[in-house]
Design a protein around this ligand. Structure first.
Ligand code: XIL
Length: 368
């Protein structure tokens, strides 16, 4: 479904800034080119925005943590505050406060923000998963998206409409979609319902399907990339708008990235009129032997290969890390190192000092 973009159409990540700059400078650019040469004009493209996910509890307890997002990011998004567990502890409640604070703080400091996420399998509250009736589940899903996307309408560049809906191992007999409460209760149609409702509730937000394990080499990852493309095509065939695919980018530094497959994936999406972004980069280093230096060298390699693949298919709309400093990360809780050393998943170390891979990433974004 090729999309024509209008002034009222979905916002693109580089924001209207890029488009505006190009359009409004067009007349002047010709004159400039005559005086300073074409290379200076060509270099004026805005860098790909860099973003990171922030957590409201540390935002409140650690002022240096909050400040570093302002110093380093173009985009700041709530990590957990828009998910079911924090937003909907009871069926009646919509606890918008914590996400409102983060989003408004980011925006008032000149940053953009995005929404994560309406549909996920993890951590659903008990009241939700007690529902067995598909009609009731559909009502809850539609109301959830109407109220939530409606509340933030105009303040978020994009939404991860569905998160991790692809089967962990799609080649197994269970089918291409993950076995979740949403799938069991509503069937696969929970995905098009979510996209339709999101498009209605915030027509200006870019709608993203977000998933993991889309970057590595191997048959399982090929299968996951194929399922993602099928999913996008089927949503489009149903007349629904899918603006971009989010590659989470939880990067195991003992795995091999497949930059060629990523490039093909990015090109295939481009052919479908669908953008691409990296939404949750961090490095999972529990299998890498050695000290901080070896761990960071492996991280630099995996991030570099990932960025090569990401940029080869199409220009990404944004590149986002899942947190910003090793001070706080889910990786140490879920995948700790067996040698007792702290994990080093994020671009800034625990003292907020940038690692080499942060500099590499920023250089890459600036060259795009
Ligand atoms: C994680 C957060 O980082 C944790 O703080 C929280 O306890 C659980 O969720 N994939 C996703 C993210 O899409 O939402 C997850 O975030 C990490 C894996």
């Amino acid at each position: 479904m090729p999309k024509t973009r209008t002034a009222n159409g979905p916002r693109r990540f580089p924001s209207s800034r890029t488009a505006l700059t190009r359009r409004s400078l067009l007349g002047g650019a010709a004159a400039l080119a005559a005086t300073i040469g074409p290379s200076r004009v060509a270099r004026a493209a805005a860098p790909v925005p860099f973003g990171a996910a922030i957590q409201s509890n540390f935002f409140d307890s650690d002022p240096a943590y909050a400040q570093v997002f302002l110093d380093r990011c173009d985009l700041v998004l709530p990590m957990n505050e828009l998910k079911f567990p924090m937003l909907r502890p009871t069926r009646e409640s919509f606890e918008f406060g914590p996400a409102d604070r983060l989003v408004d703080w980011a925006r008032s400091n000149g940053k953009t923000s995005r929404g994560h996420t309406f549909v996920w399998h993890d951590g659903n509250p008990a009241w939700l998963e007690r529902i067995r009736d598909p009609i009731e589940a559909e009502m809850v899903l539609r109301e959830h998206i109407q109220r939530t996307a409606g509340h933030f309408r105009g303040r978020l560049e994009s939404w991860d409409v569905v998160n991790e809906v692809i089967a962990h191992e799609p080649r197994e007999s269970g089918g291409p979609l993950r076995d979740t409460w949403w799938l069991r209760t509503l069937g696969p149609r929970h995905i098009p319902i979510a996209f339709a409702e999101a498009a209605r509730a915030d027509p200006g937000a870019r709608l993203v399907v977000n998933d993991y394990d889309l970057e590595f080499r191997g048959a399982r990852y090929d299968a996951r990339r194929r399922v993602m493309l099928d999913l996008v095509r089927q949503l489009q065939d149903g007349g629904l708008r899918v603006d971009a695919v989010g590659i989470q980018g939880h990067l195991y530094s003992h795995f091999e990235i497949d930059p060629e497959a990523m490039a093909r994936f990015g090109r295939d999406l481009k052919t479908l009129g669908v953008g691409l972004l990296a939404t949750e980069i961090d490095v999972i280093d529990f299998q890498v032997p050695g000290g901080p230096e070896e761990i960071d060298r492996a991280a630099e390699k995996v991030v570099g290969d990932f960025l090569d693949g990401l940029f080869a298919g199409q220009r990404p709309e944004a590149v986002i890390t899942w947190g910003l400093t090793d001070r706080y990360s889910w990786v140490g809780d879920v995948m700790p190192r067996t040698d007792g050393q702290p994990v080093r998943p994020l671009p800034l170390d625990a003292d907020l000092v940038p690692k080499r891979w942060y500099e590499l990433l920023r250089r890459r974004l600036a060259q795009a």
